[in-house]
Design a protein. Structure first.
Length: 184
């Protein structure tokens, strides 16, 4: 598949995915900072996000990676009130194999309401329409909420990489979920 850009906005029933804008940096940081303990359990970047300048650098990086066809990262916004509730993104893209990986996180106050599942489904629909054949979701073996999103969205658990990463100073397993365009 030839590298190409994804839409900058994707709309679903309750959420809209929007390419990051620099104006979002302060709000993103406030949410990460307020939810640091919960998010930091499974997301290593939380420890490196120490100020608004870090979020600005992150958004700049996502824009460069978007331009270079390497990553497409979106903010998740509620359609009712345009409230920012988290991020979902496409990364680890292998254009030559029509394959990519999704990552996501949600603000704690909006957890458990199905917004991430809806965002994942909306994004995967676009990805399959754009020519991707395989989409993966990888998460910590201890991150039950992230794993449940993958399962709710119809991804199959394909494997467990034992003691694959160091997370908060401890070795942890990585779960690999996948969905194929043809549904198998």
């Amino acid at each position: 598949m030839t590298p190409h850009h994804l839409p900058e906005t994707i709309t679903a029933d309750r959420v809209t995915l929007k390419k990051h804008k620099m104006e979002l940096a302060a709000m993103m940081f406030r949410h990460v900072d307020a939810d640091r303990e919960r998010l930091g359990k499974f997301l290593p970047w939380v420890a490196w996000t120490k100020g608004i300048h870090d979020e600005r650098e992150y958004i700049e990086m996502t824009h460069k990676q978007w331009t270079d066809f390497k990553m497409f990262d979106y903010g998740i916004f509620l359609n009712d009130g345009d409230v920012y509730v988290g991020n979902v993104g496409v990364h680890t893209i292998a254009w030559e194999h029509n394959r990519c990986e999704l990552g996501y996180w949600i603000v704690g106050g909006h957890e458990g309401q199905g917004y991430v599942s809806e965002a994942v489904k909306a994004l995967e629909k676009v990805l399959f329409e754009e020519g991707f054949f395989r989409i993966e979701i990888r998460c910590s073996g201890g991150n039950e909420r992230s794993a449940s999103v993958a399962l709710r969205c119809g991804y199959l658990l394909e494997g467990r990489l034992r003691k694959h990463c160091i997370e908060n100073g401890q070795r942890r397993d990585t779960l690999i979920y996948a969905k194929l365009k043809n549904g198998n």
